[in-house]
Design a binder for this molecule. Structure first.
Ligand code: NAP
Length: 289
């Protein structure tokens, strides 16, 4: 029987490229996402080795559908790739106490401008409480709480629940767990997005420690700026693109295949002795962390 891979967020962008690469390597691939039409298109693109499961990976009630699809087979590769940058609401963006706009230079994939880290943080600056829009102190905090929770759900809870649901089925020995983080985890600038991706790193250390003795590796891939996905839909400008490309040493944007190649290495024989690591695939935008 073929080896089995599960890729969350496999309907678009990096996840779709990764699922396509794994199918090309001979894996049966289950892709997971919330939109059945998008998944159906991706299955067509990937080919007959792909099947789709429609599920919100942040919802514990929806994970059993994925477990059913796995049907007791050993999972050779689990790629926890689902995630998103949750933009602040327009009202919150216009408030001085709110996180900075994702289109500003402080968004993920771009070096923050001086002072950007302070403006993208969750802690209001002195005097912010007296500013218009934060006068009662409640409205902004409610928005902030909703955005942080949604961001952690999207980027952390998805990975935790999917991994825990499939943990009993991971191939022993030989299984691979891969988490998609971001360059934003290393240099900030994305507010809750940076924090959520950084949380994956700490959790991955535990995962690698727990699973290592069972012959399973766990690693994080931290992509830099990657185009040809839905990640920046509606929030990218020409200048933002240029700025991000300039921030790389190789003077180009990343492509979903660049990340899929890192998965190929970690999932293949070359990845056997690599665990508990953060693999940067960012064109040199952040050096050697
Ligand atoms: N593009 C970049 O520059 C970049 C840089 C660093 C890191 N990343 C990370 O790379 C990963 C893939 O991003 P991408 O660039 O390929 O963007 P993308 O095209 O938006 O892919 C994200 C995928 O995750 C799925 N997804 C989101 N929330 C989900 C949930 N709760 N349950 C199940 N599926 C969910 C989405 O499908 P549905 O909406 O249909 O569920 C979508 O297919 C993300 O974790 C992102 O944070 C991207």
């Amino acid at each position: 029987m073929s080896r089995l891979a599960v890729v969350t967020g496999g309907g678009t962008g990096i996840g779709r490229a990764t699922a396509g690469m794994l199918a090309g390597e001979g894996y049966d691939v289950i892709i997971v996402g919330r939109r059945p039409d998008v998944l159906a298109e991706a299955v067509k693109w990937i080919g007959p080795q792909a099947t789709a499961v429609t599920a919100d990976c942040a919802d514990p009630a929806q994970l059993p559908t994925l477990v059913e699809a796995v049907a007791g087979r050993p999972v050779d590769v689990l790629v926890n790739n689902a995630g998103a940058f949750i933009s602040p609401s327009p009202a919150a963006s216009s408030s001085p106490a709110a996180p900075s706009s994702p289109a500003a230079p402080s968004s993920p994939g771009v070096a923050p401008s001086p002072g950007a880290a302070a403006s993208s943080g969750a802690v209001a600056s002195p005097g912010a409480a007296a500013s218009p829009g934060a006068a009662d102190g409640g409205a902004d905090l409610a928005e902030l709480a909703a955005r942080w929770r949604a961001t952690f759900d999207s980027n952390v809870t998805t990975a935790v629940l999917t991994t825990e649901a499939l943990r009993p089925f991971l191939r022993r020995p030989g299984g691979r767990v891969i988490l998609t983080s971001s360059i934003a985890a290393q240099r900030g600038g994305g507010g809750p997005y940076s924090a959520a991706k950084a949380a994956l790193h700490g959790w991955m250390f535990d995962l690698a420690t727990q699973l290592g003795p069972e012959g399973i590796t766990a690693n994080v891939i931290a992509p830099g700026y990657v185009t040809d996905s839905e990640f920046f839909t509606g929030r990218m400008t020409e200048e933002g693109h240029r700025h991000r490309v300039e921030a790389t040493l190789v003077k180009r944007a990343g492509l979903p295949d660049d990340i899929a190649e890192a998965v190929r290495w970690l999932a293949g024989p070359g990845g056997t002795f690599v665990t508990g690591q953060i693999i940067n695939v960012n064109g040199g935008s952040v050096l050697g962390r």
